[in-house]
Design a protein around this ligand. Structure first.
Ligand code: GCO
Length: 255
């Protein structure tokens, strides 16, 4: 039965930045495909609420609160997950932030914080999880990129740089770790209604521009990212590596 290749029953997934937004939607989607879930964030109250909401869906859900920008803390937390919860089969590096300002006015400290959150976190958590996956000879990682991986727009140059780097880090991770049995790929969301884009959704002028600029003519909804995540987290993508899958309503296909 072809659908069985998408079944995640018996697999365990860690999703960073998953108490809300895209991360929470992907956690819910992977749970629905049979995986047990470990949520991550820094705020334990938000995580506990998210765990309760997912447990109501049925399935096994836990959380690990740690700062993905802290290399040492990520390693300790991943070791703890492996020891106390169980081996990780899937990692979704979703944690990220956005800050919009003209580049000439962008504070240096904020630039550094954004890169630590969007890029260093992929290295920090990816390396920590890879150290456990490599001896097992298998594992799946999905790095959340963006249409900003390919395109820029006014006021988000640091974010654009970070998401371009995440896509190339994805290729580097695939190059080093595919020989060891791992699959490392990316998902590049277009414009989706989340907490991160709330200000844009409420901006009628921006929303009007977006709907014209996107061939599908609308914002995406986060559940439309779940299929791509299940595919890249499952056996169905066993020979896919270093690929960035754009889920963007066609935005990067046209001018
Ligand atoms: C922006 C948005 C985008 C989206 C997303 C698109 O200000 O243009 O925040 O960056 O968040 O990354 O893929």
């Amino acid at each position: 039965m072809s659908l069985s290749m998408f079944d995640l029953t018996g697999r365990r997934a860690l999703i960073t930045g998953s108490s809300q937004g895209i991360g929470f939607a992907l956690a819910k989607g992977l749970l629905g495909a049979g995986a047990s879930i470990v949520l991550n964030g820094r705020n334990e109250d938000k995580l506990a609420n998210a765990v309760e909401e997912l447990r109501a869906e049925g399935g096994t859900v836990a959380y690990s609160a740690f700062d993905v920008t802290d290399h040492a803390a990520a390693a300790v937390a991943v070791d703890k997950i492996e020891d106390e919860i169980g081996p990780l089969d899937i990692l979704v590096n979703n944690a990220g932030m956005q800050q919009r300002a003209p580049l000439e006015d962008f504070p240096a400290a904020d630039f550094d914080r954004l890169m630590l959150t969007n890029l260093n976190s992929v290295f920090n958590v990816g390396q920590a999880v890879a150290k456990h996956m490599i001896p097992r000879g298998k594992g799946k990682m999905i790095n959340i990129c963006s249409v900003m991986t390919m395109l820029a727009r006014p006021g988000v140059a640091p974010y654009t740089a970070s998401k371009g780097a995440v896509a190339n880090l994805t290729k580097g991770m695939a190059t080093d770790w595919a020989p060891k049995g791992l699959n490392i790929n990316g998902i590049a969301p277009g414009y989706f209604k989340t907490e991160l884009t709330d200000a844009l959704v409420k901006d009628a002028e921006f929303s009007g521009w977006l709907e014209k600029r996107t061939p599908a003519g609308r914002w995406g909804t986060v559940d439309e990212l779940v299929g791509a995540a299940i595919y890249l987290a499952s056996d169905a993508s066993s020979f896919v590596n270093g690929h960035v899958l754009y889920v963007d309503g066609g935005m990067t296909a046209c001018v």
